[in-house]
Ligand binder design. Sequence first.
Ligand SMILES: [Zn+2]
Length: 278
Amino acid sequence: MMVSASTAKFYNARPNGLQRFGAPRDGGARKHRGTDFSHSTRPGTPVPALLGGKVTGTRKPGPGHGFGFQVTTRVVFAGRTWDVSYAHGSRASAFKVGDTVKQGDVISAEGETGATVGPCMHLEVFDVAAGKFVDPMKLVKNVLNGSGGGGSPAVLDHGAAAVPKATRALEWRWTGVQRMLKARHGFTGTIDGKPAVGSIAAFQRFMNAGGFAKRAPRLKRNLVVDGAWGRNEVRAMQQWLTERWSYTGGVDGVPGPGTKAAFGRAEKGNAEAFAAVV
Ligand SMILES: [Zn+2]
């Protein structure tokens, strides 16, 4: 796959070190969810789209939104679906929701809208199937290497083929847990047994309030309450199941059969305890 010249030039530049993926935020309570690219100390450097796709979201600066002018695209690369998002734009993207974007199209411009310490473009990559944010530089590297044209996505392979994905747990029945979340943790949606953003955000609050996230090995911090599900959520959940529901497996973020069985016990127990909540 040929890479557009503007894309290669922009993304080949080393991110200037404002912050890389995983850098601690808020004293370590959170991690930087993206990688910042900065090519100038002045706003306005055009940002070419890393990959072609469809625009699925645009946001502008406002209260509670630290990403300023942001535009999000859904793309398919190396056989996987990714949400690629460009934030802190100096102005609104010329593209609107539903538009098709080609690689190299100027989708944004480096800016300092939202919470940023200087003009940059904050690139975020969300692995839709895995339900988590990943290091954008892995995707960047594979795009620049042109490895999406049928070759195997070596860098992007999470090695998860034989391992249950974190999202597996979202396929389990959640009715009792949703009742508990509704009674105690601000879940306001429908109790339908299928956790979506609202249930997950309430679950994140529950895991933080109970201290399960902070006590979970290899997590040891509160979850970011953003309604997104990933391995950390499973870790916190496994800690809860260990302490309360006789789970004896590993707190490893992998929802295997033992986790499922313990979750089933929690589900039943909560359905009984919160029977009145509908
Ligand atoms: Zn950033």
